[in-house]
Every structure is written in C-alpha cells, then in structure tokens.
Design a protein around this ligand. Structure first.
Ligand code: FES
Length: 108
C-alpha cells in the first residue's frame, strides 16, 4: 500500500509534543511524531516481528520523551528519526514523507 500524495493525515496540534499518534488512512497505518514544529511519519510496523507499535487499547508507549516502545517485546525507536534504539529491533522504522500546510499534515 502507498499513500496518495496530498492525503490529509492529521492536524499538527493532534500530535503530542515528544509523543506520537497512530493514524490509519488509505489502508496504511502510520506513526506521526512531533518535536516542536517538525513532524515525522513512519510506517506503524515494528521491525522485530512486524506488530503494530501501539497496545491493543490504542495507547502508544513512550520513554523519556524521546523513544516509542513497541508494546509487543519492547523494541524502542527514536521519535524523531525512527532509529532502532534498543530491544529486539534490528532495523529502523520506515520513514514516510509528509508536509505541513496551515497546521495540517499531508502525505508528500
Ligand atoms: S514486534 Fe515489536 S518488539 Fe517484537
């Protein structure tokens, strides 16, 4: 699946600072993260065993305001780069290009 360019994903103010939000759109699940005005997007699929990152109740686990932690076996990734930072991951999260216009986030 790939997202059509221009697909609206969320508003910037829906993304918690030093946190993230899961958005399912167009058959693709994304992790959106934010640090200040910078928004990052990644495919919501852990590189360890390809689980979704959030818990079954929808809650996303973060650590120290810098990492997202996969609920399944504890792999952690940097919120700003998606880099594998600990646990059983071996690769980084897959980045998805986005752009921000008037406070809204779109697939680039
Ligand atoms: S699937 Fe994420 S840590 Fe195993």
């Amino acid at each position: 699946m790939s997202l059509a360019s221009g697909t609206k994903l969320a508003r910037v103010d829906e993304i918690p600072e030093a946190g993230g939000k899961i958005v399912d759109v167009g058959g693709v699940s994304l992790l959106l993260t934010r640090s200040g005005d910078a928004v990052h997007a990644f495919i919501n699929r852990c590189t360890h065993a390809e689980y979704r990152l959030e818990r079954a109740d929808g809650r996303l686990l973060t650590q120290e305001g810098r990492f997202v932690v996969c609920h399944a076996h504890g792999a952690s990734y940097a919120l700003d780069s998606g880099a594998c930072a600990g646990g059983p991951c071996t690769k980084n999260l897959t980045r998805v290009a986005v752009e921000v216009r008037s406070g809204e986030i779109f697939a680039a």
